[in-house]
Write a protein that binds this ligand. Structure first.
Ligand SMILES: Nc1ncnc2c1ncn2[C@@H]1O[C@H](COP(=O)(O)OP(=O)(O)OP(=O)(O)O)[C@@H](O)[C@H]1O
Ligand SMILES: [Mg+2]
Length: 255
C-alpha cells in the first residue's frame, strides 16, 4: 500500500465533514474520489499532503506515517509533516503559476529552491518535464501568453518536478474552458500510463471512467462505495450512489 488513510475525521466548527474515513491505495492505482459538492473530497485530498490537518487519524504515504495529534499546532511535528509532503504533489483547480516567471522557471522553481539543484541541471530537467506535457516550445513564455490548458499542463509539469510518489489532482479541468479540457486529460492519461500512482477528484465522470482504475464514492462523511469504474457506474450497490449518478450530466450523456 503506497497511501493509507486510517480513521480520518475532520470537522469545521460544528460541521463534521469526514467520519473515520479509511482508504488504502496500491502503487500504480488511479483512484478517483467522487461525490456531491461539499462531500469533503477536497478536504480529504488535501490531507494526503497535510495541507489540511485531520482532527484525528493517521496518514501514511510511501512509508512516511503521520498521526494527527492535538498536541501540535499543525496537528503533528513539522519535520514529520515535511517528510510526508515530500512524497506527493498536488495539482490544483486554479494552476496558480507565478506570473512573473516563464513556463520553464515555473517548473524549475522547486528544483532550485527545494531540491537545491543547480540551474543548468534544473533547466535540463525542466525542459524534459515540459516535453512530457508537450510544451517544450513554450519554455520562455510567460503564463499570461499561454492558454488555460497550457497553463494547467505547466502546473502538472511543475507538480512532477519534485519526483512525487503520488500525484494528487483536485478537479484539474473544472476551471478550464471546454476546448482546453481534452489536452489536459490527455497529459494526465499519459502520466497515468507511465505507472504513477494518482488520486484524483473530478466531476467529469466520463474522464473518471476512462482513466481511473478504481472509484470511491464519498457521501455523508464516509466512503460508501468503492470499486472498479465499471462496477460503480454500471452496477452501483448503494441507492445514494445511484441517486448521485443520475443527477450528473455526464452520466446522463454517456450511460
Ligand atoms: N476552511 C474551511 N472552513 C470551514 N468550512 C470548510 C473549510 N473547508 C471546507 N469546509 C466545508 O467542508 C465541507 C467539505 O468541503 P470540500 O471543499 O472538501 O467539499 P468538496 O467535496 O470538495 O466539494 P466541491 O465538489 O464543491 O469541491 C463543506 O461543507 C465546506 O463548506
Ligand atoms: Mg472540492
Amino acid at each position: 500500500m503506497i497511501v493509507s488513510l486510517e480513521k480520518i475525521s475532520k470537522s469545521f466548527g460544528g460541521n463534521q465533514v469526514l467520519r473515520e474515513v479509511n482508504l488504502g491505495v496500491e502503487k500504480g492505482e488511479i483512484v478517483s474520489i467522487i461525490g456531491q459538492s461539499g462531500a469533503g473530497k477536497t478536504t480529504l485530498l488535501r490531507m494526503i499532503n497535510w495541507l489540511e490537518k485531520p482532527d484525528s487519524g493517521e496518514i501514511t504515504v510511501d512509508g512516511e506515517k503521520v498521526t494527527a495529534s492535538p498536541l501540535y499546532r499543525f496537528g503533528a511535528k513539522k519535520a514529520d509533516i515535511q517528510r510526508l509532503r515530500s512524497k506527493s504533489s498536488m495539482v490544483f483547480q486554479h494552476y496558480n503559476l507565478f506570473k512573473n516567471k516563464t513556463a520553464l522557471q515555473n517548473v524549475t522553481e522547486s528544483l532550485i529552491t527545494v531540491k537545491k539543484i543547480n540551474r543548468a541541471e534544473a533547466d535540463e530537467k525542466g525542459m524534459e518535464l515540459l516535453r512530457s506535457v508537450g510544451l517544450e516550445n513554450k519554455a520562455g513564455e510567460y503564463p499570461s501568453r499561454l492558454s488555460g490548458g497550457q497553463q494547467q499542463r505547466i502546473g502538472i509539469a511543475r507538480a512532477l518536478a519534485v519526483d512525487p510518489r503520488v500525484m494528487l489532482f483536485d478537479e484539474p479541468t473544472s476551471a478550464l474552458d471546454p476546448e482546453w479540457i481534452a489536452e489536459v486529460l490527455e497529459v494526465i492519461k499519459r502520466i497515468a500510463a507511465g505507472g504513477m500512482t494518482m488520486i484524483l477528484v473530478s466531476h467529469e465522470l466520463r474522464f473518471v471512467n476512462d482513466v481511473a482504475s478504481r472509484v470511491v464514492f464519498l457521501d455523508g462523511g464516509t466512503i460508501i462505495e468503492d470499486g472498479k469504474p465499471e462496477q460503480i457506474f454500471n452496477h452501483p450497490v448503494q441507492e445514494r450512489t445511484r441517486a448521485f449518478l443520475l443527477k450528473s450530466r455526464d452520466y446522463n450523456l454517456v450511460w
